[in-house]
Design a protein around this ligand. Structure first.
Ligand SMILES: C[S@@+](CC[C@H](N)C(=O)[O-])C[C@H]1O[C@@H](n2cnc3c(N)ncnc32)[C@H](O)[C@@H]1O
Length: 433
């Protein structure tokens, strides 16, 4: 068999997930032609699929050095580098792919998503619009164009891009239509959002929870698997996206804490649902030992890079708090995370156990309007798949757990698809005796 035929066959096998077959073919090509760049490139992709990202990158680098005009090799190198957290090098690889072929839709799409992750949403839009002109039915392109347009509050255009994705090639593998459902909900097209989520099947925890939220059902909390997968996916662009949304949670929490307990030092502190650690720098100076707790490994990786936590724990926050020794905490902070915790009773009970007398719990919530007709309970899963809490509900739950309401301040939490979300920062105290 000719090398070109063998390469084609190896790529097909790899595309069908038959890694072993592809590997054998690649080994045969390389035995006959050790410097064959595309075979070395395929060996790189195979190494990546087998979990060896360093070897994959080394092989793809060698392949691009041998064939610098092959855009697919650069694009694959970009993908491997990006997946290994080397975003700057990945950007350079995608740009090299586009230098070799300015009309490479995959590289344009990848560059667009990388630029978005780096916070440059306008540059992302430019790349993705160019990619769409080249590949109008490309599912990844339309899906990502929809996300970028939604981030820019261009909701009708975002919905069009998502619909083209669904009607055209279908959603990219492993992708939940959650962004699309959010946009549709914001546009008032809840029926279509529900139809879409139902069509995608119920196996994925993201689907199940989002669908429940869209239908107005009231599960007690967001499932752990939903939280970790949602935030693992979101981690790369969490900080830049929240800055775009005018997110004020950490500042409001730190300001209220400083006002409620001026000059106080907390020897043992936790940041529950620390995420990428945006709160850390704001409370660092008033804490001794500060631990960050979160369910998402990717969010924790970024919190670690911020360098302001003594320890990080991958755990569910109420379970983590309940497992601490009694009276072992002086401060527990929880910023923009009760929106996933839902009903706060298990956490408040754990705090009563873990806080030292005089210890504080400082948190923010999305503020739910007071329940004037007595029909609700003051905690509600919203169609956005986040919970809102009313002040009266929080006060009741605190009272039942034996925690004292210390201070509270309403504030504008963040914007969401053009809408302002009202927040409440509050501080509870475990009474001294
Ligand atoms: C909206 S982010 C807020 C992150 C950070 N506190 C901030 O203000 O930037 C919510 C974070 O809470 C985490 N989270 C949600 N529910 C959790 C739970 N039950 N246990 C631990 N972490 C949770 C998520 O993984 C995510 O990182």
């Amino acid at each position: 068999m000719k090398i070109a035929n063998m390469l084609g066959k190896a790529a097909t096998q790899l595309g069908r997930g038959r890694v072993g077959e592809a590997e054998k073919l690649v080994a045969r090509i390389l035995a006959a032609a050790p410097d064959q760049p595309q075979a070395i490139g395929l060996a790189g992709v195979i190494a990546y699929q087998k979990g060896d990202a360093a070897r994959a990158a080394a092989r793809l680098r060698r392949a691009t050095a041998l064939a610098p005009d092959d855009p697919a090799l650069w694009n694959n190198l970009g993908n491997v580098l990006r997946a290994s957290g080397q975003e700057t090098d990945a950007l350079a690889a995608y740009e090299a792919a586009l230098q070799a072929d300015p009309f490479h839709a995959d590289a344009l799409c990848n560059l667009g998503t990388l630029r978005r992750a780096a916070g440059d949403v306008e540059a992302s839009l430019d790349c993705l619009e160019r990619a769409r002109l080249l590949a109008p039915d490309h599912p990844e392109v339309n899906h990502n164009l929809g996300i970028t347009l939604a981030m820019l509050d261009r909701l009708e255009e975002a919905a069009d891009a998502f619909e083209r994705c669904v009607q055209g090639g279908g959603l990219p593998p492993g992708v939940a239509p959650v962004w699309y459902a959010r946009v549709l909900h914001r546009l008032g097209r809840v029926e279509r959002a529900i139809e879409l989520m139902e069509a995608e099947g119920a196996a994925d925890p993201s689907h199940v929870f989002h669908l429940a939220a869209l239908k107005g059902e009231q599960p007690a909390h967001a499932p752990d698997a939903y939280v970790s997968s949602h935030f693992d996916d979101f981690a790369a662009f969490f900080d830049t996206q929240l800055a775009r949304l005018g997110y004020r949670g950490p500042e409001a929490l730190a300001d209220l804490l400083a006002e409620a307990a001026p000059g106080r030092h907390f020897d043992r502190a936790v940041d529950l649902g620390c995420g990428t650690g945006l709160l850390g720098p704001l409370i660092r100076a008033s804490c001794g030992h500060l631990t960050g707790v979160d369910l998402s490994a990717e969010m924790l990786r970024r919190a670690e890079a911020r360098g302001c936590y003594e320890a990080l724990a991958r755990a569910e926050l109420a379970a983590h708090t309940a497992a601490l020794p009694p009276a072992s905490l002086d401060l527990a902070a929880c910023c923009d995370t009760l929106i996933y915790v839902g009903r706060v009773e298990p956490l408040f009970a754990a705090l009563t156990h873990a806080l030292a007398p005089g210890g504080l719990f400082a948190a923010t919530v999305e503020l739910e309007p007071e329940d004037t007709d007595g029909a609700g309970e003051g905690v509600r899963l919203r169609a956005s798949a986040r919970y809102g809490h009313s002040e009266a509900y929080l006060r009741r739950a605190a009272g039942k757990a034996g925690l004292e309401w210390w201070a509270a301040a309403p504030f504008p939490l963040r914007k969401e698809m053009g809408e302002e979300i009202a927040g409440l920062a509050f501080v509870l105290e475990k009474p001294a005796g």
